[in-house]
Design a protein around this ligand. Sequence first.
Ligand code: FES
Ligand code: FE2
Length: 360
Amino acid sequence: MNSPGRADIRQLEINLNHWYVVACSQEVGEQPVSVMFWEEAIALYRDSKGQVQALEDRCPHRFVKLSQGRVVEDALECAYHGWQINPQGQCSAVPYLAANQKLPSCRIRSYPVREQDGFIWLFPGEPALAEHTSPLAIPEWEHLNYIGTVSVIDAQAHFSFLVENLMDMYHGHLHQNYQAWTGAVLEEVEETSDRVDALYHVQNYYRIDKIWSVSQLFFPQLRRLHPDFLKVSYIYPHWTSELGKDFKIYCLLCPISPLHTRAYLVHFTSLNAFTNLHKLPDDFRRFVKNRLFGSAQSLLDGLVREDVQMIEQEQQAYLNHPERFPYELNRAVASVQRLIRTQAERSTASVDPKSEIRSR
Ligand code: FES
Ligand SMILES: [Fe+2]
C-alpha cells in the first residue's frame, strides 16, 4: 500500500523533459494533423521545406483547431478567418488587416520537434532543455541488415501498466500462440535514475542463421528451442529489447492522457548472419528491406492485442478498487516503479502547457 503522502504510481505524471514520439513520419503529409499528448492537442505540419513543425492546436483568434487549416509557406493558416500562425506560434498575417491596424501580438505555444529514424519526436517540456538531450536512436531503421515491422499500441490505461508489462517477461505465459521464446528466468536487474535493465535467460524458438530459417516464422514445426538471452531496458520514457542476436524491439511511448497510452512497437529481424547478402548492391538490399517491411505484422499485432487486453483490465481493476494492492514477485517491476516515481518527482513541470502565452 502507498505510504501516506506518496502519490499512487497509477496517478503519477510523466516527466515532460524528454523526447516523445507523436507520429510516424508518413503520418504527416501535406495536410496538418492533430495529435494528443498528455491531454494537449498539438498540430503537426510540414513547412515549405518539408520540415515538421509543431504548434499548440488552438488558433489564438477564436480557439478553434488550427490543424483543420492548411499550410501556407511556413505558416499554418486557420480555416475560420484565415489568420496565419508561423512556426514560432506568432500571428504572421491576417487577410483583412486594415492599413491602420497592427498584427495581433497573440502567441500560442510551439514545441521543439525533430524527425528521426522514421518518427516525429516532440519535446513537451522546458524548451531550453531540448538541446541537451536527444531522441532515442533507432539505428536499425535505416540499416540495410534489419527488416522492420511497426504495430501501434492503443490502451485505455496509465503508461505504468504498459511499461511493467514490457519489463516483466514472465508474462510470456499469455502469448501461447505468438511467443518467440519460453521459460524466462530473471538473472539481473540494474537500475539508475534514467533506466532499468533486466536480463533474462530464455529458451529461444528462432535461430535466423540460414536463409531457409526465415521460414521458421511461418512454419512453427521448423523451430528448435535453444538457450539464449533476452535483455529488456526501460530507457525512460521508452523501452527496448534484444532477443539473442536476431531480434530487436523498441516501444516508443506517446502517453495521450493519464488513462490513455499510445505507443509504437517497432520490431526488427536481423539479417546480420547472411554475409553473402551484404555483398549485393545497396540499392538491391534496400529494395529487399522495403519489400519485407511488415513481415512480422501478424505476430506483432497478435502480441499487442493480447497485451492491451490485460493492461486495460488492470486499469479497470485499479479504478474499481484502488485500495487493493497487487502481489509482485518480479523485482524488475519494483525497479520500474521506482524509476517512474523518480522521473515524476524530477519533472518540476517548469512550463505549464495549459497557460496561454501572450506577449504585448
Ligand atoms: S478562429 Fe482562427 S482565424 Fe479566426
Ligand atoms: Fe506481451
